[in-house]
Design a binder for this molecule. Structure first.
Ligand code: FAQ
Length: 311
């Protein structure tokens, strides 16, 4: 027999209304939101590194300014998301500990290297493109603070995606060497960006419950389809080839047929064995330790202000 609170929760979900921090919610709903939102926040923060790698070497002042703004946006996204997670009763310190101790997950995609400038284009076009497909439906997530944070994040991601597309377009209009550089970067990022959407539907343990709670609105495979159908015409405009010889549109089903994603590689990356996992984590840990004095100074300042206010 459901309690009155449970019935109210179910009713809010059924009527497309929002669950807010002070509302009653099942413990499992709270837990799954903390899991997803904190992983998402960690992804934004770790996601600053592959591109941060190119800030000092951007090919012009304008490119540098744009890249700095983008990486700064990612820090901002991380902060909104940590704040949204905090409304569920976990602290920033707990989340940070989980990240730097290697216990927390963050998106697989940020464990790949960025050897050339063209990777900045491929990340913007493919990684931010995938992020948009995944995150636009999250603007309607049933948990209020998460859905609202996603609205602003998605607007910024759209700009990020266009700037990536424009980097690739510029390279594709350049010399033969530049065109090759752009194609190589697309070859590097295409498959990992497809894997970002998560395991296939029949191997996605969280999807059914998250969809019933209206946190997720579409399945992992459904979103992957949408992503590919967005990419195909854009790849044509760019003049790049998507590195999947099996990719074709099936008129009968109205869906794209695609080659098999390397799920072994994906699960290896999740276990910490991707090309850059160790480096990403080490960098974050060092930054956290070196930033200790800032946190201490801020806490001390707040303490003094509070004393002053009392006096
Ligand atoms: N990487 O049962 P499911 C960005 C895990 S965009 C690592 O399907 P769920 C913008 C999953 O957590 C990137 N782990 O799980 C940007 C679960 O493990 P758990 C971040 C993955 O939650 C651009 C297990 O596999 N975006 O940052 C991945 O229903 C450029 C089973 O999977 C988000 O986080 C993966 N790719 O669906 C920044 C979006 N996929 O937790 C900088 C919000 C799955 O049980 C530069 N999150 N796993 O131990 C989501 O939409 C969902 O959590 C999914 C996974 C779709 C990622």
């Amino acid at each position: 027999e459901a309690s009155a609170e449970e019935r109210l929760f179910e009713e809010l979900i059924a009527n497309e209304q929002r669950i807010e921090p002070r509302d009653w919610m099942p413990e499992a709903y709270r837990k799954t939101l903390i899991r997803q939102i904190s992983q998402h926040a960690h992804s934004e923060i770790i996601g600053m590194q592959p591109e941060g790698n190119w800030i000092t070497r951007a090919p012009s002042l304008k490119r540098k300014a744009i890249l700095m703004a983008k990486v700064q946006d990612e820090a901002g996204h991380g902060l909104y998301l940590y704040s949204a997670a905090q409304t569920l009763g976990i602290t920033r310190d707990e989340m940070m500990d989980q990240l730097i101790s290697g216990k927390a997950k963050y998106s697989s995609i940020f464990n790949y290297p960025t050897p050339t400038w063209a990777d900045m284009g491929a990340i913007g076009w493919l990684v931010d493109g995938a992020a948009i497909c995944n995150q636009v439906p999250l603007c309607r997530a049933s948990y209020g603070p998460y859905g609202r944070a996603m609205v602003r994040i998605c607007k910024e991601e759209s700009f990020h995606q266009r700037q990536g597309f424009e980097i690739l377009l510029t390279l594709m209009r350049g010399t033969e060497e530049q065109r090759q550089m752009a194609q190589d970067a697309v070859d590097r990022w295409y498959w990992p960006s497809l894997a970002m959407f998560g395991p296939p539907d029949d191997q996605s343990p969280n999807s059914a419950q998250s969809m019933a709670w209206k946190i997720k609105r579409f399945s992992n495979d459904e979103l992957r389809q949408r992503f590919v159908s967005m990419l195909v015409p854009q790849a044509e405009i760019l003049g790049v080839t998507l590195p999947d010889p099996d990719l074709r549109f099936d008129e009968e089903t109205g869906r794209y047929e695609m080659g098999e994603i390397d799920w072994d590689e994906f699960f290896q990356v999740l276990r910490g064995n991707g090309p850059c996992n160790a480096e990403r984590l080490e960098r974050r840990r060092t930054a956290h330790e070196e930033g200790a004095w800032v946190r201490e100074a801020a806490a001390e300042y707040a303490r003094k202000q509070a004393l002053k206010a009392k006096a």
